[in-house]
Design a protein around this ligand. Structure first.
Ligand SMILES: C[S@@+](CC[C@H](N)C(=O)[O-])C[C@H]1O[C@@H](n2cnc3c(N)ncnc32)[C@H](O)[C@@H]1O
Length: 226
């Protein structure tokens, strides 16, 4: 376990390591699990390996159960997912949380897909729900949000820091504890540093874990990731 100021970063399997997080100790889950699509970036095949645990979603139910256990009452959870498996994500999510919205993140440019027989994909979903009822700290937003994609320089499915910051600001106060069990290159952690929240992040892959540690460290020192 790495302790960087207000951030605790653990390398390993979140399903195992979450057992060490006390019940009712977390203020927000903001998480981006594998989508269960066997995703591999075509642009960066040489650089990035397949994402671990991305071929089945059998772990999803257990993950949401643990998220529910570690969250305090009257808190929020945001979980990225894609339309491909939204039915599976929604079913598992609703076992443990009150689903309040499926937020649509509209990207500034589209991906590829079947170039001749499918519409060009330009959005991802975010399941937003509550344990109890979490009213917003910020202004009420609409459920369609426009945010630029990242250049995926740190991770093949890297999420935009500014989008993550909006969720954090809307659903927590400063110094709150935010959890992401699938932190990848640590984007949620960087967003927490930028918004003065505490962060607990877990990543299975050693390479991505080291990138996350470095990015979060740089953000703390006022580096380039803000
Ligand atoms: C969709 S990516 C997260 C990307 C991240 N949001 C970012 O901006 O970099 C999911 C991550 O979960 C990791 N992962 C897969 N199974 C895991 C597990 N059981 N415990 C912890 N991390 C896991 C993968 O290695 C991958 O980096």
């Amino acid at each position: 376990m790495e302790n960087i100021e207000k951030c605790e970063l653990w390398q390993g399997d979140c399903l195992e390591l979450m057992k060490d997080i006390p019940s009712g100790s977390v203020d927000l889950v903001l998480t981006d699990p594998p989508y269960g699509m066997g995703f591999q970036s075509h642009r960066r095949k040489e650089v990035y390996a397949k994402i671990k645990n991305d071929t089945s979603l059998e772990w999803l139910d257990g993950y949401f159960a643990e998220c529910n256990r570690i969250l305090k009452d009257d808190t929020a959870i945001y979980c990225f997912c894609s339309w491909h498996n939204v039915d599976i994500f929604k079913k598992a999510f609703e076992k443990y949380f009150k689903l309040k919205n499926i937020i649509v993140w509209v990207k500034n440019n589209h991906g590829s897909g079947d170039l001749k027989a499918s519409y060009a994909p330009k959005h991802e979903f975010i399941l937003y729900g509550n344990k109890g009822r979490r009213t917003f700290y910020g202004k009420r937003m609409e459920d369609v949000i426009f945010a630029n994609k990242t250049k995926n320089e740190n991770h093949p499915t890297e999420k935009p820091i500014d989008l993550l910051e909006q969720f954090i600001n809307n659903s927590t106060e400063k110094k709150s504890v935010v959890f992401d069990g699938f932190m990848g290159s640590g984007s949620t952690g960087v967003a927490c540093v930028n918004t003065n929240r505490r962060f607990i992040g877990i990543e299975l892959d050693e390479g991505y874990f080291n990138i996350a540690k470095q990015r979060i460290d740089e953000a703390i020192k006022g580096g380039a990731n803000g």
